[in-house]
Design a protein around this ligand. Structure first.
Ligand code: IFM
Length: 393
């Protein structure tokens, strides 16, 4: 049984570019237009217009929390100029969450950058942390009264790996120097934003949403495998927390899958080994016990923990209900072991634009018909609702 069920936060998450539609002033949009083969986000879920309907649905589904992101490129259309229309829009959005009894988790950076910033070198530019913190301060001043939890940056390690190492997301750079520089700048940006938000709202609860992977060695008897798993855990799961020590009021974790690592020789390399069992439509292995494992290590930060994302692509909804049940049990087990987990946000409320994978993966508790924009909760959404109701009894 989940501990403290009365105050536990139950809900789902989304991000601006993936659901709002027509975010024409950011780097992803520009990249989608000019890159051969790239899927265009277009109107996405038209959530920019339909947010009232979507939040009412979340409430009907038993949620009492919701995570969304603000689109920086809408709020700061031109460098240093705040867009009153966008501020008013997001006030309405956040007020609507309150009206529906949904606590808000608000992300400031979820993979997209305003075009003006990207033209100045994006996160490689040493000025960007300061510009990001100025944006955070503006949000605190104009919208801070409506924000319950702040997520400054979503999945910094994913962003930097995809954009500056694997070179498959904009700006498609492949450079170790740039990778290390961007991590440093993002960490500094988070620290400055943390200070600015707290200056305006001293009681604010500020953190990040860190992507975590449950790494394990292919063989417990091989030192190399164990070393590879340990190093990956340190770099991917903990490095960003290390660089931003002392500037977290909670630990936000996005957990999706485990990864088994084996060291091979001739040539020397680390390989991802197959993980047995069920997979999502994207081929991601499903292993809820990985979450218990991760949480048992995250206790060390001695901070409240929120699962800011957890979910799977499952178009026929054949695995989602069990997935949710099993991951909630994994959280219970971690709570029994002393992890202070206080909320669970499923990814995602709605089917949405899954970056380079386009619209094919279906992550939603709610199915979206992209032609009519009709919403239809999947059976698993009602299973989740029943779990929430049961826990609150
Ligand atoms: O859709 C993404 C989200 O933007 C960040 N976390 C992982 C999700 C599923 O891939």
């Amino acid at each position: 049984m989940i501990r403290e069920p009365a105050s536990f936060l139950w809900g789902a998450a989304t991000s601006a570019h993936q659901v709002e539609g027509n975010n024409i002033h950011n780097d992803w949009w520009q990249w989608e237009q000019k890159t051969p083969g790239a899927v265009k986000s277009g109107a996405a879920d038209d959530h920019y217009r339909l947010f009232r309907e979507d939040f009412a649905l979340a409430r009907e589904l038993g949620h009492n929390a919701h995570r969304l992101s603000l689109e920086w490129s809408r709020l700061e259309l031109k460098e240093g100029q705040w867009n009153e229309g966008a501020i008013d829009h997001y006030r309405e959005v956040l007020e609507c969450l309150r009206e529906n009894g949904l606590a808000s988790f608000v992300t400031l950076h979820h993979f997209t950058n305003p075009m003006w910033l990207s033209k100045r070198g994006g996160w490689e530019n040493k000025e960007t942390p300061r510009l990001f913190a100025r944006y955070a301060e503006m949000v605190a001043e104009h919208l801070g009264d409506l924000i319950d939890f702040w997520v400054t940056i979503n999945e910094p390690m994913v962003y930097v790996t995809q954009s500056y190492w694997r070179a498959c997301w904009p700006p498609q750079r492949h450079s170790l120097r740039a990778t290390l520089k961007v991590i440093r700048h993002m960490a500094y940006g988070h620290r400055l934003a943390y200070e600015n938000i707290h200056r305006v709202k001293p009681q604010a609860k500020v953190g990040i949403a860190n992507s975590v992977i449950a790494f394990s060695p292919d063989s417990e008897r091989k030192v190399g495998d164990k070393l590879a798993a340990g190093l990956n855990d340190w770099w991917y799961n903990h490095r960003f927390f290390g660089l931003t020590k002392g500037t977290h009021d909670f630990i936000g974790l996005n957990y999706y899958f485990p990864r088994k690592l084996g060291v091979k020789i001739m040539p020397l390399r680390v390989e991802q080994m197959p993980v047995s069992g069920l997979q999502s439509d994207l081929g991601w292995p499903i292993k809820a016990e990985g979450l218990t494992h991760i949480l048992s290590y995250m206790k060390r930060y001695r901070l409240p923990i929120y699962i800011t994302e957890n979910g799977l692509a499952d178009a026929d909804d054949s695995r989602r209900a069990d997935f949710i049940r099993d991951h909630l049990r994994a959280i219970e087990r971690a709570q029994e072991g002393g992890a202070d987990v206080r909320g669970y946000l499923h990814w995602s409320l709605l089917d949405n634009f899954e970056w380079i994978e386009g619209f094919k993966p279906r992550f939603g508790l709610v199915e979206v018909n992209y032609e009519t924009m009709a919403r239809k909760p999947r059976p698993s959404a009602y299973v989740y609702k029943a779990i929430i109701e049961q826990a609150r009894k």
